[in-house]
Design a protein around this ligand. Structure first.
Ligand code: ADP
Ligand code: 5GP
Length: 203
């Protein structure tokens, strides 16, 4: 496999989708990994575009069948990354972008550390996160509370990431993300490096 991986994590409402959208024209060709989840679609979300929305039964069958590269429970729902499309994108030499939580990041690191770059995205403060979740108007009070509680523990994983972006202004955060994505693309797997060294020595 010759592609590379960029993991994007951060509290729900941090601005991950906003930043990917703002930077997407600048970072060149990439494959965005569409996760599978058991949570309900939000207003405006589309099955197959934002997530693959499935029941808990279907998700658990996929786990048993070994279909996930990684999966985790977040805010009481399952979320997972399907292995097959990611493998195909990596084989096609693409930069694969994941929007996954801190548990997912650890699992990807354990399996594909040599080709992985990671970035943690956060609003400047917890109260700013709360404000944005409320302004987004997609979640009820209980869901917002769960997301804020989860955010307090997720921020503690900040030091596990290669980079952090404080999403104060979208334009500035998108510019920083573009630099990181371009560098992420230049990571090579151990196999690719070993093949290069063999070629270099023989020629
Ligand atoms: P995530 O994908 O991390 O859950 P979103 O991209 O959906 O987060 O952003 C959450 C909300 O915050 C959205 O309503 C978005 O428009 C808003 N938002 C994102 N970045 C900023 C920013 N820098 N300043 C103010 N609001 C922002
Ligand atoms: P949301 O419900 O706001 O879309 O996502 C909630 C959290 O789940 C976010 O932190 C997001 O990064 C994470 N997430 C989304 N997809 C996946 C996935 O496939 N695997 C893991 N581990 N986390 C995911």
């Amino acid at each position: 496999m010759s592609g590379a991986i960029l993991v994007l994590s951060g509290p729900s409402g941090a601005g991950k989708s906003t930043i990917i959208n703002a930077a997407s024209d600048q970072i060149g060709e990439y494959y965005f990994s569409i996760s599978t989840t058991t949570r309900e679609p939000r207003a405006g979300e589309l099955d197959g575009r934002d997530y693959f929305f499935v029941s808990r039964e279907v998700f658990e069958e996929d786990i048993k069948a070994g279909n996930f590269l990684e999966h985790a429970q977040v805010h009481g729902n399952y979320y997972g990354t399907s292995l097959k499309p990611v493998r195909e994108a990596l084989e096609a030499n693409k930069l694969v972008i994941f929007d996954i939580d801190v548990q997912g990041h650890r699992l990807v690191r354990a399996k594909l550390n040599d080709i992985t770059t990671s970035v943690f995205i956060t609003p400047p403060t917890l109260s700013e996160l709360e404000k944005r979740l409320r302004l987004r108007c997609t979640d009820d009070e209980e869901v917002i509370w769960k997301r804020l509680e989860n955010a307090k523990s997720e921020i503690l994983a900040l030091e596990e990431y290669d980079y952090a972006i404080v999403n104060d202004e979208v334009e500035k955060a998108a510019a920083e993300f573009t630099i990181i994505a371009k560098a992420a693309r230049l990571k090579h797997s151990r196999e690719v490096e070993e093949a290069f060294i063999r070629h270099w020595l023989e020629n």
